[in-house]
Design a protein around this ligand. Structure first.
Ligand SMILES: [Zn+2]
Length: 130
């Protein structure tokens, strides 16, 4: 199951654009761990940072996510599973030496990108002198 992580959402594109403007280069929609079907929105292989821009509804942002009144019995377990899967994904990544970074779709893209830049650069291996 792909999960409910839709690709190329507007917040995701804005973060990508802002990150690119800061000089960051990254993979888009890749699996940090190839054998695991978990796709990150921005992937920094050298720094081993996987960035997720989580949609407020699907991932249960406490500011915006409200359970639809219609069919609540359908949505509640489904959204709870998404959150469990997010936690599991983070655990898998950490176990493999990756750092998962999650942001909400409602966060300011330039601030998100600036945070990513600081983290990625702090984890970038230092170039070896030859
Ligand atoms: Zn939100």
């Amino acid at each position: 199951m792909q999960g409910n992580r839709s690709r190329n959402t507007k917040p995701e594109l804005e973060v990508r654009r802002a990150a690119h403007a800061l000089g960051l280069r990254y993979g888009v929609g890749q699996r940090p761990i190839p054998e695991r079907r978990r796709t990150a929105d921005l992937v920094f292989r050298r720094a081993r940072v996987a960035v997720f821009i989580d949609g407020c509804f699907w991932h249960g942002c406490t500011v915006h996510a409200s359970l639809p009144r219609q069919h609540a019995e359908y949505w509640a377990p489904k959204l709870a599973r998404n959150r469990e899967r997010d936690t599991e994904t983070d655990d898998l990544l950490r176990a493999a030496g990756w750092l998962p970074l999650r942001f909400w779709a409602h966060e300011e893209p330039t601030l998100v990108a600036a945070t990513i830049a600081v983290v990625v650069r702090s984890r970038q291996p230092v170039a070896r002198a030859r």
